[in-house]
Design a protein around this ligand. Structure first.
Ligand code: GDG
Length: 756
């Protein structure tokens, strides 16, 4: 998140009398960041004005803030002043005081002179000072205390960025009831670099106080998990880290922490809306005209920061002019370098270095009528930025290391004309998503020069094709999608304790007494841990015995309810012969007979034939696509095809089948499109099983979203058990397949005891 002064402000007059803020401890959603999203101004007569800074984060969180009784905790941007909590633009703001010394040591010192360079792969040498570390602890404690004071019982608190990495742990210690999320806006470095930090264990400990730790790229999350393994030895599996709850780790209890990538984005519709404004388009034309209508206008927009590779960009451009591959008559580079961290000495030196390079280059190449680099050490209103994006034929993002780089996404969002070329460093997080940009290694000056020439010469058709694909990515993954997915992981992600909770045990005592009891169980993730290769899944040790104990009891039936095809389910589960089976989300059933029932109608069989014919012909004509037969449908796989071919195959399949078989059910997955002639859910499977067994009460356990259909089909007397995290309709939850086995054993014991 940018901490530089945001230049555009919409003026918001303070209400004559500040509205009463809600009393402390009542906010159910709290955001904590170094800077509040407002700037302070004091008129000569002492009147205070707050102007909102319209960053992407505010846009994303504003609706939630309003609807969920939210508060924002942060520094209001003016030193050594106490402000009472106040409301601005409908958001409750809770100011945290920073004195001059705090700004020097915690912000400019530890945050921006130690963590920032260290986390950006030591592009500049980090300083390590014990006094600034102490200040970092003190200020983090102040932020944690402020958040703890305003959060309601059980509230969700979302802490942002590298300045506040100790806050999650401090908050958890003060308020174990809270659900705590943390998002790191900048990269997390590889272990070899992170390990240089003298306080490396303390920072990890601080972060691990959160339930969900978000990063920009999966590589950042991987670096973090590796640091946790190396420095603490905690077990990690994929995105899950098991953190012992006791200091010694000896009582075996642990909290589950998620460390995962959630790539941040922008308010893409907002940028497009600005770009479509006639006045802004007119301004874009004006900008080109004022620059002498160059054939190609190139643009760089960055905070003046050594991570952004501004010097590398200027060097590449200068060499192209010197080589005669580009001419100042044809090409102009506009470079906006917005002022940033101007009191930190590295930044002062950088400014001198960049301005020397710009001056030298202009001296060497500019003519009276054509300037090589139009350089601006200012901030501009957002409207002006969008006009520049529209005016620029080529956008240069040459960061040496960047968490995401929002400028790249803003350029794409603004280009509603589906034109313009983005040259993007592979060291910016945005490169993970924006693959249709021209990706460069900015350290490779020759490669960068070639990329610039290629961008300038790119034919219109290729520009359009690439920009269309970039625009789809940015439109589909905007900042609202980002915040929603983080918060979903967070609120569904509060740690699930190990063992059988007391309320579940009570419910088990009740259900064990049913006259006819149906125990219906999902397999993957419920009886068997999830594995990389589905064919390797096996139920955990002890599960078979637990199921057998249930099967031995009168009045109990056990069923497996799976999304797998039945053949595959039989292979991995190897169930006892009296276990009832349903597969393919209820399309296949096997109830006390060796035969699998499919029950397809003759019209459905005909549809299946048509489906096969259409998909075979599409797949036969497009390389890298394959088809898979399913019991009541077919899947078109595009994983091995190029993006373009995959999209074409899926489009053709949808179009042709939409015409020929309009009633078909379509499910879209990652690189797979699945068509079924019969739509069925695990809820349908459960109804079938209930009818067949005549059960008066049902126990259902599952871990997946598809199990929600089964939970939805349960009656008041039944018992739904969700395994793991995530939103659910089930009324009880346990942590893992180990607990499911314990639960099955417990039901068998209780029922045997009740019968005896
Ligand atoms: C950090 C991470 C991550 C810049 N100059 C002006 C101006 N800006 C706006 C841009 C953009 C924002 O500032 C800069 O965002 P970036 O993502 O490019 O970079 P950082 O400031 O370093 O941000 C970064 C980000 O956090 C979010 O997580 O992407 O990697 O380093 O929105 O448009 N805006 C206006 N005038 C300017 O002169 N109005």
């Amino acid at each position: 998140m940018t901490t530089s002064a945001e230049p555009t402000r919409s003026l918001v007059d303070p209400p004559p009398v500040a509205p009463e803020p809600a009393p402390a401890g009542t906010y159910t959603f709290v955001v904590v960041s170094n800077r509040l999203p407002v700037d302070y101004e004091e008129a000569e007569d002492g009147a205070i004005t707050w102007r909102t800074s319209p960053g992407g984060l505010v846009t994303a969180l504003e609706p939630l803030m309003r609807s969920s009784h939210g508060a924002w905790v942060g520094w209001p941007g003016v030193a050594a002043r106490d402000f009472e909590p106040f409301e601005n633009d409908g958001i409750s703001l809770v100011p945290v005081r920073l004195d001059e010394a705090d700004i020097e040591d915690y912000y400019e010192g530890f945050s921006n002179d130690t963590l920032w360079p260290l986390y950006h792969d030591v592009i500049a040498p980090p300083s390590f000072h014990r006094e600034t570390w102490e200040a970092y602890i003190t200020v983090n404690r102040r932020f944690a205390a402020a958040a703890a004071a305003v959060a309601a019982p059980g509230a969700t608190v979302w802490v942002h960025d590298y300045q506040l990495q100790l806050v999650p742990r401090m908050l958890r210690e003060a308020r174990p009831d809270l659900v705590i999320g943390f998002f790191n806006h900048i990269p997390f470095p590889p272990y070899g670099i992170y390990a240089q930090l003298p306080w490396r264990k303390q920072i990890l400990h601080g972060l691990l106080g959160a339930d969900v730790i978000g990063f920009q790229r999966s590589a950042d999350a991987g670096n973090f998990s590796q640091a946790v393994r190396r420095l603490y030895g905690y077990p990690t599996r994929g995105v899950v880290i098991d953190v012992p709850t006791s200091e010694t780790g000896q009582n075996g209890d642990s909290r589950r922490v998620i460390a995962k990538h959630f790539p941040i984005s922008i308010d893409s519709a907002g940028y497009e809306e600005l770009a479509r404004r006639p006045d802004i388009q007119a301004r874009a034309r004006q900008i080109r005209e004022d620059l002498g209508n160059p054939k190609t206008l190139m643009l760089g927009v960055d905070r003046l920061d050594y991570t952004k590779g501004i010097g590398h960009r200027i060097k590449a451009f200068g060499e192209l002019l010197a080589d005669g591959r580009l001419s100042v008559e044809d090409v102009t580079l506009v470079q906006v370098a917005s002022p940033s961290r101007e009191r930190v000495s590295t930044y002062m030196a950088l400014r001198d270095e960049i301005e020397l390079a710009v001056g030298r280059l202009n001296g060497d190449f500019s003519t009276i009528s054509h300037i090589a680099i139009s350089y601006h050490h200012h901030s501009y209103p957002r409207e002006e930025m969008v006009a520049m994006y529209l005016a620029a034929d080529v956008m240069l993002v040459t960061a040496l290391r960047d968490g995401m780089n929002l400028v790249a996404k803003e350029y794409v969002a603004a280009r509603f004309d589906v034109d313009g070329v983005l040259v993007l460093s592979e060291f910016a997080g945005a490169a993970d998503e924006l693959k249709q940009a021209i990706l460069i290694n900015p350290h490779d000056i020759d490669g960068t020069k070639d990329a610039i020439v290629r961008a300038i010469e790119m034919p219109k058709r290729e520009r359009t094709r690439r920009m269309r694909s970039l625009r789809r990515k940015v439109a589909e993954n905007d900042v609202a999608v980002w915040s929603a997915s983080f918060l979903r992981a967070l609120t569904g992600g509060a740690a699930v304790p190990a063992g059988i909770p007391d309320d579940l045990d009570l419910a088990l005592q009740s259900i064990a007494g049913a006259e006819n009891l149906l125990i219906a169980l999902d397999f993957d993730g419920t009886l068997a841990p999830h594995v990389d290769h589905p064919e390797d899944a096996r139920a955990i040790a002890g599960n078979r015995e637990a199921v057998q104990a249930l099967l031995d009891l009168p009045g109990v039936r056990v069923a497996l309810v799976s999304g797998r095809a039945l053949v595959s389910l039989q292979h991995v589960a190897q169930p006892q012969s009296s276990v009832l089976l349903t597969g393919s989300h209820g399309i296949e059933v096997q109830l006390d007979t060796p035969e699998i029932e499919l029950n397809l109608l003759s019209t459905e069989l005909e549809q299946l034939d048509t489906l096969a014919r259409v998909l075979e012909s599409i797949s036969g004509g497009i390389a890298g696509t394959t088809i898979e037969r399913k019991p009541a449908g077919m899947a078109l796989h595009t994983r091995l095809a190029t993006d373009e071919d995959g999209e074409r195959a899926e489009r053709q399949a949808r179009e042709q089948l939409g015409d020929q078989l309009p009633g078909l059910t379509v499910r879209e997955g990652k690189n797979v499109l699945e068509f079924s002639v019969r739509s069925s859910t695990k809820g349908d499977a459960l109804k079938k099983l209930r009818d067949y067994t005549g059960a008066d009460r049902v126990f259902y356990a599952g871990d997946d979203v598809t199990d929600e259909d089964a939970f939805g089909a349960l009656r008041d007397d039944d018992l739904g058990l969700k395994i793991g995290q995530g939103a659910t309709l089930a009324n009880y939850r346990v942590r893992s397949p180990h607990e499911v086995t314990q639960v099955l054993v417990r039901i068998a014991e209780l029922r045997a005891a009740q019968a005896g």
